[in-house]
Structures are given as C-alpha cells and as structure tokens.
Design a protein around this ligand. Structure first.
Ligand code: ZN
Length: 222
C-alpha cells in the first residue's frame, strides 16, 4: 500500500510518484489530505486521484477552498487558495466535497486511523518528537498524518506513527517528492523520494499569476 499526502495540486510531482509506485506492486493508495492549494493543477490532480482510485481525506487547504474561509492562512497561501477557488471546476469541487475528514480502517495487523493534522485536531502539526502514547486514541495502533510536509516513521512499541511527507511541497530540505510504502502483511513502513521537474512547476506558477515564492521554495524543499 502507498501512502501519499499534501499533493497541493502539483501534478508533475504526483505523476513522478505514481510512476515510481507503479513498479512496486502496490495494491492500494491513500492520501492524507491537501489535494489542492498552492500549485496550478487542481483539476488534473483530482482527475489523477479518481483514475487511480486513491482514498483521500480532506486537508485544511481543501476545506478552505470549499468554504472560502482563508483568514487563518498566511498571505501567500491565502492568495493561492483564492486562485484555486476560481480555477477548480465543479466536478473537482464535488470530489473535494465528498472527502471525509478522517478514515479509520484495518491495515494488515493494525487498527489504523488517517487524519490530516492529529487525531485530536485536523489542523495540529505533529512532528516526530511530538509522537507520544496519548497520540493513539483507543484501539488505534497506526496513525497516518500529513500537514507538516516533513516525513517520518516513529514506532512506540507495537504502535506506529507515519507521516509520508509531501508529494507537492516538501519542507525537510529535500526537494524531491515524498511518499511512503506500507507492507500490509507484516506492517513495516518505508519512506521514498522521487525527482520531478521542479522548474516546470515554477514556470507554471509564474504563468498562472500565483505568488512567485511558491515556485522558488520548491527548489530548496522548504
Ligand atoms: Zn499541506
């Protein structure tokens, strides 16, 4: 199973990840939220997720695109959200509207929960050092999170916290697209990075009239 998060409408990054996944015999794909926001391919990314049958949840940017409430975001993100609202077609809006805020499921031997931020709060940032026993509600043994754009796998005994990092806007200093693989049977996880044409996305950002900084940050992975 492949775990993706935070694509943020970066189609070239998603395509590179999908190509990388294809050679690995993956039977299912999950996405931990933020399908759109920041980059200029919202409709193409939604189409790709539908085509691949990716099970996604709703991220804070997806929610803001649906509601129009962007006052919690920094000016650059808010500008991108307004751009996304006017460039996302009704079919893609319908897809975003259909996304649940969280997903509970069985993955191999574990009860799993996928959220965008944390199990308590969809907007909370959980980094590896924040992973403690209390993060795991009830019977949950595997928590899948996104939102920070920083990948990690952290085990607490049998429990596992997993953030696959961001496909579309990595922030750990490595500009390559990030995702994770989960071996369902034995429950082991691994992190993967994939090169993609960053310059192409930066040029598309400028052409779309989106804030230039959104393209520049991709070269640094910040
Ligand atoms: Zn995000």
């Amino acid at each position: 199973m492949a775990i993706l998060s935070d694509i943020h409408a970066n189609l070239p990054a998603l395509e590179a990840v999908l190509r990388d996944i294809r050679g690995r015999g993956v039977d299912a794909m999950l996405h931990a939220g933020d399908v759109v926001g920041y980059y200029p391919y919202p409709n193409e990314v939604v189409e790709a997720l539908r085509g691949e049958n990716v099970r996604s949840i709703l991220g804070n940017h997806d929610r803001a695109v649906l509601s129009g409430e962007d006052h919690w975001f920094n000016p650059t993100a808010a500008t991108a959200l307004r751009w996304t609202r006017t460039h996302t077609d009704p079919l893609s809006m319908g897809f975003l509207r259909s996304l649940p805020p969280r997903l509970a499921m069985e993955i191999g031997p574990r009860h799993a929960l996928m959220v965008h931020g944390s199990p308590k709060d969809g907007d909370e940032y959980v980094y590896a050092h924040d992973v403690v026993e209390e993060l795991f509600p009830g019977e949950v043994e595997l928590v899948i999170m996104g939102h920070t754009h920083v990948p990690y796998i952290k085990a607490l005994g049998y429990r596992l916290a997993l953030n696959p990092g961001s496909v579309g806007q990595p922030r750990d200093g490595d500009p390559r697209a990030s995702y994770a693989l989960l071996e369902s049977e034995e429950g082991s996880a691994s992190l993967h990075r994939v090169d993609y044409p960053v310059a192409k996305v930066a040029a598309a950002v400028e052409e779309a009239g989106l804030p230039r900084f959104l393209g520049l940050r991709l070269f640094e992975g910040v």
